[in-house]
Structure formats: C-alpha cells, structure tokens
Design a protein around this ligand. Structure first.
Ligand SMILES: NC(=O)c1ccc[n+]([C@@H]2O[C@H](COP(=O)([O-])OP(=O)(O)OC[C@H]3O[C@@H](n4cnc5c(N)ncnc54)[C@H](O)[C@@H]3O)[C@@H](O)[C@H]2O)c1
Length: 310
C-alpha cells in the first residue's frame, strides 16, 4: 500500500496521463500536472489536480519541484508521433531527451523517491525476430522516437547507478481506450472506432495482417501505480503477449456494434513493422501485474466512450 503522496504527472492532460491522474486522485494522492497542452486537453484534467501549463524544458520546472516537494514523479509528457520524429528528429530530441532530462535532473536534485517513465515496447526493439519480445532482446530502434525512448532509459539507469535516483521504465505496447487522440498516426483502434461510430469508412494500408499488441489504458494505469512499489527498479514490458491484426480489430468492432464496418484497402506503408508483441513475464514476476481487460471488452468500452464523445 502507498500512503498519501505528492505526485507529479508530466503529460497529465494527455490520453494515458489523464487516466493515470484520475486513478491517483481516486486513491487519495495529491496530484500536480505539468503539461504544455501540445496534444493534451484541458477538459481531461482532473479538477482535484493542480495544473501548470508549461513546457517540460522550461526553467520554471525547477521552481515547481522546489515548492511542491514531490514524493513520486510520473514522466509521460512527450512528442509521441513516430512519423514526426522521422521528419524532425531535432524536435523529437528537444522534447523527449532535453525536456525529459530537465524532469529527471530535478527529481535527483529534489530527492524524489522514484520516477516512472513511459517508454515504448513498440518502438525500441526495432524489427524483433523474437515474438513475444522479452526485455532481454537487443533493442535497435528504427525511428528517432524509439532511439530517444531507449536513450532516456539509459539516462535513467545512469542516474540510478551513479546518483541513486530510483526509476521504473514501462515499455508500453500499443495503448488504446478513452481519450486517445483520434487523428494522425497514433491509435488505430481509436481511429477505426471513431469511424465506425460516425458511419465513416476506415482505411487499411496493406493486407491488414500486420499485428500489434493492443493494451487497454486501465491496465497500463494499474501497471504505473504498481511500479511505485519499493525495490522495483528497471525496465519492464507492459503488453498482453497476444497479437491482433487490423482485421481482428474490424471484426471486434463489428461484433460490438452488431453492424458491418466499411473498409477500403490502400497501398502498404513503406517501412512498417510487420509484427509487434511483448512478453510481460518479467513484470508479472516482479509485481504480479498482468492485463485484466480482454480485447473485446476493451473495444466495447472504447466504443461506449466514443459514442458519448462524438
Ligand atoms: N499511446 C501509446 O500507445 C503509447 C505507447 C508507448 C509509449 N507511450 C508513451 O506514453 C506517454 C503518453 O502518451 P499518450 O498516448 O498519452 O500521448 P498524449 O499525446 O495524449 O500525451 C502526451 C502529453 O504530453 C504533453 N506534452 C507534449 N509535449 C510537451 C512538452 N514539451 N511539455 C509539456 N507537455 C508536453 C501533451 O500535451 C500531452 O498531454 C508518452 O510518453 C508516449 O511516448 C504511448
């Protein structure tokens, strides 16, 4: 059990961050959010959380650490668009490395007990030959986004071994659920669900058999909460260990809505990963975490949210 703590969530107005903040508040913690609202939304912010609209690279971050005296820090704020990281690797580095280091160095300076970081199991392993992929698989990312997620893990490890700053890096699979941004690259489930609920067509690039490991946001939030546990340090995959392809998603949506979904097939995207799926046994052994929400249940919950948030 965790006693009431003062907790910072960077990126707490975003998809995963706002769901995490809601849970932390529900558990009785005092929560502070730093978010630039680059992609996050003010309406997702929990009313009980203190909010600073600020870039994570700002020098004011240090003042907030000095005044608020955090016990724990969740670092989720990020540039999350893989394609954008390819187009503009310098911007990705500024947010995901320099911004992250501003948060991390303040954790160490102001004696935060532990920092929990949202890393990416989908992006850091590159094109792994071992599926489901364990943490021991050699990571060779194939995007600046993946390189920066992996590099930040190395900074965390360095701060821990040399300076004593405790950390957990959760290598998240493809997260889906309420409040996920519907446009752009992120979140194919959210895009397909939104299209289906609004009677619009969905597009599949390639044959639709490319797989991912889709994990419901509440399971990810629970993993982040458990990561606070004393003595748990290091990198952990957070996924389901089950591959789903795009046709599985369409079928699950059709079953949940009891209606046909319109789909059009387009040319495959260059360089797209064919398969991705994470082995979560290390985190299960360390903290007993495992996914609780099954795929069809998660799709239904996402549809319900989408219907109420058109
Ligand atoms: N969604 C996924 O499938 C997934 C998978 C692996 C890892 N992650 C990681 O999880 C974290 C949360 O992702 P999400 O899906 O909730 O995305 P999101 O875009 O909804 O959340 C990111 C938040 O960070 C904020 N932000 C961005 N740049 C900022 C800056 N410079 N200063 C302050 N705030 C800034 C945004 O406004 C937003 O609220 C990210 O670190 C992401 O890389 C997500």
């Amino acid at each position: 059990m965790f006693y009431m703590s003062k907790i910072l969530v960077s990126g707490g107005a975003g998809f995963i961050g706002s769901n995490l903040v809601d849970k932390l508040v529900e558990l009785g913690h005092q929560v502070v959010v730093i978010d630039s609202l680059f992609s996050g939304k003010k309406e997702y912010l929990n009313q009980s959380a203190t909010f600073y609209q600020l870039d994570i690279f700002s020098p004011e971050v240090s003042t907030i650490f000095a005044e608020e005296k955090f016990d724990y820090v969740y670092h989720l704020a990020a540039q999350i668009d893989v394609r954008k990281s390819v187009e503009d690797p310098i911007f990705d580095n500024q947010v995901n490395i320099l911004g992250g280091l501003n948060i991390l160095s303040n954790c160490q300076k102001y004696k935060v007990k532990k920092i929990m970081f949202a890393s990416s199991g989908g992006a850091i392993y590159g094109f792994p030959k071992e599926i489901p992929t364990p943490e021991t698989y050699p990571p060779y990312p194939v995007s600046p986004y993946g390189i920066n997620k992996l590099s930040f893990e190395k900074y965390l490890n360095y701060y821990y071994r040399v300076l004593g700053q405790e950390y957990v890096a959760l290598r998240l699979a493809n997260v889906y659920g309420p409040r996920q941004y519907k446009g752009g690259e992120a979140g194919v489930i959210s895009i397909f669900v939104d299209n289906a609920v609004n009677g619009k067509k969905s597009y599949i690039y390639g044959d639709g058999f490319q797989t991912r490991d889709y994990i419901y946001v509440d399971d990810v939030v629970n993993a982040f909460i458990s990561a606070m546990t004393d003595g748990v340090i290091g990198e952990f995959n957070i996924g389901t260990g089950v591959e789903k392809n795009l046709l599985d998603i369409i079928l699950a949506i059709e079953n949940a809505l009891d209606q046909k979904v319109e789909v059009e097939y387009l040319e495959p995207k260059m360089g797209e990963e064919r398969r991705s799926c994470l082995d979560f046994s290390r985190v299960q052994d360390a903290i007993g975490w495992k996914p609780q929400i099954d795929f069809n249940q998660g799709i239904k919950k996402t549809i319900n949210w989408s219907k109420n948030n058109k």
